[in-house]
Design a protein around this ligand. Structure first.
Ligand SMILES: [Zn+2]
Length: 220
């Protein structure tokens, strides 16, 4: 039986997330792309309802929102990359949750863009970003390439905290042939000074928002 989609935030059947909840998700603040990335963008801030949305996907195994979030991310990508990949979670987390949320998201983005999704990166560490403080996260995960990489690659991840994961991914991909590395994440951790000054995505971001440098955009 095909179950109706439910909004991961209010749990009402219908669009996931629903328009009302999407309007309450705070926008990301503009930020320069992490070193190694030609451009980078987060859909929303990792705060309030934005944090709840990530938690529902990551820890609640609530994947109803993936198609809409994937479509919103895909809409920010200029042109069509040669391949879409993701920052892999640790083997431990993957076993614990039964899936890699970044992979699920990346595959949804690739489907929308009409390009292949490939596992191009592997982790050389088993450290967990979750629970580490900002200084510890700045070091980032240790990533290595698994294959040769085509010229233009889009890297997808869930949360952009310091940018170290995206930079590590870009470095690894460039070492095996990537020329242009684009990065897209669902959420971005707001810099400490901006917490409390969040605006909602629906209020502040129009369809003409430039898709570069950490600008926010609409969820649907
Ligand atoms: Zn809702």
């Amino acid at each position: 039986m095909l179950l109706p989609r439910r909004c991961p935030l209010c749990l009402r059947p219908g669009p996931a997330p629903c328009d009302r909840c999407a309007a309450g998700v705070p926008r990301a603040v503009p930020a320069p792309a992490p070193p190694g990335c030609d451009d980078a963008l987060a859909l929303f801030a990792y705060a309030g309802e934005g944090r709840r949305l990530i938690t529902s996907l990551k820890f609640g195994n609530h994947r109803d929102g993936v198609p809409r979030l994937g479509a919103a991310l895909a809409a920010t990508v200029p042109g069509r990359p040669d391949v879409v990949t993701w920052v892999p979670t640790t083997a431990h987390r993957r076993r614990e949750r039964g899936f890699d949320h970044a992979e699920v998201l990346a595959r949804a983005v690739a489907r929308r863009l009409g390009c292949p999704a490939r596992r191009l990166l592997r982790r050389c560490d088993e450290g967990h970003q979750t629970g580490r403080n900002r200084a510890e996260r700045r070091v980032g995960p240790s990533l290595a390439p698994r294959h040769r990489c085509p010229s233009t690659v889009l890297v997808v991840d869930d949360v952009w905290t310091t940018g170290s994961s995206l930079s590590a991914a870009a470095d690894a991909l460039r070492s095996v042939g990537a020329q242009i590395v684009l990065a897209r994440t669902l959420a971005m951790t707001p810099p400490p000074a901006t917490v409390g000054r969040e605006e909602s995505i629906a209020e502040s971001a129009g369809p003409g928002s430039p898709p570069y440098g950490g600008q926010a955009c609409r969820l649907g």
